[in-house]
Design a protein around this ligand. Structure first.
Ligand code: COA
Ligand code: AMP
Length: 626
């Protein structure tokens, strides 16, 4: 039996032993006696009785073992442009001071801190500072609009919001302070303090009670790491569900640290001293797990890049970063490679750099399409690995474990389930499907360490959203199939969540923005294929009777509304006015049918359809997106 098969089998047959062994990768104040506590199933708890501090594990312990001068974090901003290097000692010291500053503002164990920041080192420092004092961070991606931020503020009820004066996008500076001010106007909750990092590009004016990072953090007394229970919360990360209300995925300390440390070695083949680069944003789970926690937990050097794959300044940006810092492995979203491929299909920019350090590329966020896989494999000459996971799972459900046992790549497949993930393909009744047949992808409980513990403050919604559809199983919301060799092919979402350039978004939130327009009677937003972004949202609106508005004007207003209400990352640019929306007799809009048609699939007309002519009438519009 190969190393993968052995590990996988052991993880399911004897999870106690498998995960207690993995727990040895972490330094505990109190080592857990058991791995799994299922007394409260389906609310499983990992490593009960264990006590640790995640920030200590990510920083101090490496210094104590003599690696204080090793580079922990390299920040490269193509936007400023600027570069900064932090040794483990410097990063620990800055984190300790930021932790002291937060404690000085009244933040203690279990208190929440919202982090609304661009890709600057202080975002990482704030996250680790929260972990150091047992506080719970909730990072909000900078591309979200005030309303999205407001919803998160009201749900997390933070004591402090940490922000910056601006983010820098290629065509504009994004002032964060007005976005935060608007969000606070909309929110019912009031944080005690706002702590703001001034960036030279555009400074912000501070109001009463608002504090400048430079006045508060550098002079603060450093705080020591506080041991917390393994099962204490580390962070909340909001992700899009099918409704407009985001879900607060809650991650706990001990299992998260164990799973990520294990994944760094087994999946990515990265250990102490290796240079690792995740080209994502700290606002996404990929950023949490693999810009911040994973690489630091194992003593690697993590690269944090503020910039884009193209245009900052050219399509060689990624290759520059790899060659400049000697990156061993890159983790990015397929959309990033597709953008580079579009601008530089022959790899002329790539030829300018020495990529000798690079030994592998990992892709996630959406399916890695075979064409992009082919291009990247040829151009880079290293294994290009697709792997599948979700905000909820925290790390890969399926991957090709490069450290454990590299397996042959099959283009279009995320390879095989990782240890701990008992993946099944089922039909709507929960019956398992044979190889080759596509169905819902579900995971038999318990989920392994590192997966979500619950949704913040809403156990009911956790059960409803993930555990109620098939008893004893976690519903991923993705569909797919397995082939005869057990390789997993993840084909797409079965719900109304869409993935635009690797950004997970809710069509429900966009529909709410459209529906608020006075001329709109009803609307639907569906994800349609896009050659670069993977998917883009497409809006269909029905006007109120008697609404007098020019279509061009209406379109512009609707596009602006989504940008304002959801944010620029929604990339909402396409909306059509239609006489009616196809529905079932009970009034449910046939989003799935429309989605399928737009993706070029032959969709059966549901027998419950109210009026087939309505669907026929919009078919040509949907076909435009094939
Ligand atoms: N703050 C403010 N605005 C932002 C933003 C941020 N942090 N990130 C993106 N935006 C804006 C962009 O400026 C753009 O605005 P525009 O409509 O005025 O041009 C809009 O949102 C759409 O952005 P996006 O679709 O992300 O395109 P892009 O060209 O800015 O970036 C990528 C392309 C590939 C770099 C980016 O989409 C990306 O990093 N995707 C991967 C996401 C990810 O990491 N997912 C996790 C899995 S790895
Ligand atoms: P997020 O929570 O933002 O990480 O998005 C998770 C969703 O992105 C998954 O449910 C999938 O729909 C999609 N996804 C992520 N990685 C992959 C992948 N490698 N292959 C297919 N879909 C993916």
């Amino acid at each position: 039996m190969g190393a993968y098969a052995k590990a996988y089998e052991q993880s399911l047959a004897d999870p106690e032993r498998f995960w207690l062994d993995a727990a040895g990768l972490i330094d505990w104040d109190v080592f857990p006696e058991r791995a799994l506590d299922d007394a409260n199933a389906p609310f499983y708890r990992w490593f009960p009785g264990g006590r640790l501090n995640t920030s200590y594990n990510a920083l101090d312990r490496h210094i104590e073992r003599g690696a204080g001068d090793r580079t922990a974090l390299i920040w490269d901003s193509a936007m400023e442009p600027a570069q900064r290097r932090y040794t483990y000692r410097r990063l620990r010291d800055e984190v300790a001071r930021a932790a002291g500053a937060l404690a000085g503002l009244g933040v203690g164990e279990g208190d929440r801190v919202i982090v609304y920041m661009p890709m600057v080192p202080e975002a990482v420092i704030t996250m680790l500072a929260c972990a150091r004092i047992g506080a719970v961070h909730s990072v909000v991606f900078g591309g979200f609009a005030p309303r999205e931020l407001a919803v998160r503020i009201d749900d997390a009820r933070p004591k402090v919001v940490v922000t910056a004066s601006c983010g820098i996008e290629p065509t504009r500076v994004v002032p964060y302070k007005p976005i935060l001010d608007q969000a606070l106007d909309m929110a019912a909750h009031r944080p005690d303090h706002v702590l703001l990092l001034q960036r030279d590009r555009q400074r912000a004016e501070l109001g009463p009670g608002e504090l400048d990072w430079a006045d508060v953090v550098p002079g603060a007394a450093p705080a020591d790491p506080v041991p917390v229970d393994s099962t204490d919360p580390l962070y909340i990360l909001y992700t899009s569900g099918t409704t407009g209300k985001p879900k607060g995925v809650l991650r706990t300390n001990g299992d998260h640290a164990v799973a990520l440390a294990w994944s760094m070695g087994a999946i990515y083949d990265i250990g102490a001293g290796d240079v690792w680069w995740t080209a994502s944003d700290v606002g996404w789970v990929v950023g949490h797990s693999y810009i911040v926690y994973g690489p630091l937990l194992v003593g690697a050097t993590t690269v944090m890049y503020e910039g884009k794959p193209v245009g900052t300044p050219d399509a060689g940006a990624f290759w520059r970063v790899i060659s400049e810092y000697g990156v061993k492995k890159l983790f990015a979203a397929p959309t990033a490679l597709r953008i580079i491929k579009k601008v530089d299909p022959d790899g002329a920019e790539l030829a300018k750099y020495d990529l000798g350090s690079l030994s592998g590329v990992f892709m996630a966020g959406e399916r890695l399409d075979p064409e992009t896989w082919q291009w990247a494999t040829e151009k880079l000459g290293v294994p290009v690995i697709d792997h599948w996971w979700q905000t909820e799972t925290g790390w890969a459900i399926a991957a090709n474990p490069q450290g454990l046992e590299p397996m042959p790549v099959k283009p279009g497949s995320a390879t095989v389930p990782m240890p701990g993930w008992d993946v099944r393909i089922v039909d709507a009744t929960g019956a398992e499907l044979p190889p080759g047949q596509e169905g819902e992808i579900v995971i038999k409980l318990p989920l392994p360490p590192g997966a979500l513990a619950t949704l913040w403050g809403d156990d009911e919604r956790f059960l409803d959203s993930y555990l109620s559809r098939h008893e004893g199983y976690y519903t991923t919301g993705d569909s797919g199939y397995r082939d005869e060799d057990g390789y997993l092919f993840v084909m797409g979402r079965v719900d109304d969540v869409i993935n635009v350039a690797g950004h997970r978004l809710s069509t429900g939130a966009m529909e709410a923005a459209l529906a608020a327009h006075p001329a709109v009677a009803e609307c639907a937003v569906i994800g349609v294929p896009d050659p670069v972004k993977g998917q883009i949202p497409y809006g269909l609106v029905v006007l109120k009777a008697g609404a007098e508005v020019a279509e061009d004007e209406l379109r512009a207003e609707l596009i602006a509304a989504v940008r304002r209400e959801v944010g620029p990352v929604a990339a909402f640019r396409d909306v059509a006015v239609v006489p009616a929306l196809p529905k079932t007799r009970s009034g449910k809009i046939l989003r799935k049918t429309m989605r399928g048609l737009a993706a070029g699939r032959e969709e059966p007309v549901p027998p419950t359809i109210e009026d087939p002519a309505v669907l026929e009438a919009i078919k040509p519009l949907l076909r435009l997106h094939e």
